[in-house]
Design a protein around this ligand. Structure first.
Ligand SMILES: [Zn+2]
Length: 212
C-alpha cells in the first residue's frame, strides 16, 4: 500500500490502537457495537496528503463511506497540538521524528479514533483529549521519546513567536533546562504535599487508636 507498510501492518496498527484505547476508556467503549464494527474499510488512506481527519458524516466527496482520512505522507513525523495537558509536556513546534512509520500510523489512528469515541459518547470534539492520548500512547510504546518533549510554556512561546514574527522562538539550552527544572520542582512539591498530608492523617488515626 505504501512503502514500508503492508496491508497486514496497517491492520495490525489499527488493532493495536483500538486495544490501547479500550484499555483507557473501558467497558463503555468495548460494549459499543459501532466501535466493535469499526474496521479498515472505514478509513481512507491518502499517499499524498499529510492531514488526518475524522467526520461523522463521512470524510470528503468520493469517500463519504469513510469516517477517517489518514494522510500517509511523512507519517513518521509527529506534529501535536499546543495544548495544556495534565501531563505538562508537549511536542515541539517543529514536530518530533518518530523514525518509525508504524508508530506514526498508530499515533495518528489513536488521534482520529479519539474523535470517533467523542462522537460515540456524544461529547464535544476536543483536541486536548486527542493530545493527551497521543502523548500517553507514544510514551507507552517508546519511553525514550520523553527526551524530545518540551514543557507547555516553551511550546507556547514557539507558537506565539511564529504567529508574530513568522519564525519559531528559539530557546537557549539554559532556558529550556530551567523550564524543565521548574516542572520537576512543581511535581515534587505536589507529591510532597500529597504524601505528607497522607502521612499526617495515618499518623493521627494511629495516635487516637493507641490513646484508647
Ligand atoms: Zn483532531
Amino acid at each position: 500500500m505504501v512503502r514500508g507498510l503492508s496491508k497486514n501492518d496497517i491492520q495490525e496498527c489499527l488493532s493495536e490502537s483500538k486495544r490501547w484505547l479500550q484499555s483507557i476508556y473501558g467497558w463503555e467503549l468495548t460494549d459499543n457495537q459501532e466501535w466493535k464494527d469499526f474496521n479498515l474499510d472505514m478509513i481512507h488512506f491518502s499517499k499524498t496528503s499529510r492531514r488526518g481527519h475524522f467526520s461523522k458524516r463521512g470524510v470528503k466527496k468520493g469517500h463519504k463511506d469513510k469516517l477517517i482520512w489518514i494522510g500517509l505522507r511523512d507519517i513518521n513525523m509527529w506534529y501535536g497540538y499546543c495544548k495544556k495537558t495534565k501531563f505538562g509536556l508537549n511536542t515541539p513546534f517543529g514536530g518530533v521524528n518518530l523514525h518509525c512509520k508504524k508508530l506514526g500510523l498508530k499515533r495518528t489512528m489513536v488521534h482520529e479514533l479519539t474523535h470517533f469515541i467523542q462522537h460515540l459518547q456524544g461529547r464535544q470534539y476536543s483536541e486536548l483529549e486527542t493530545t493527551e492520548n497521543e502523548l500517553l500512547f507514544v510514551l507507552s510504546r517508546d519511553k525514550g521519546m520523553i527526551r524530545h518533549l518540551i514543557p507547555y510554556q516553551v511550546r507556547k512561546k514557539q507558537e506565539d513567536s511564529h504567529k508574530l514574527y513568522g519564525y519559531r522562538w528559539r530557546e537557549s539550552r539554559d532556558e529550556l533546562e530551567s523550564e524543565l527544572h521548574n516542572e520537576i520542582d512543581n511535581v515534587c512539591v505536589m507529591l510532597r504535599t500529597k504524601y505528607q498530608n497522607d502521612f499526617k492523617t495515618n499518623h493521627k488515626i494511629h495516635k487516637v487508636k493507641s490513646y484508647f
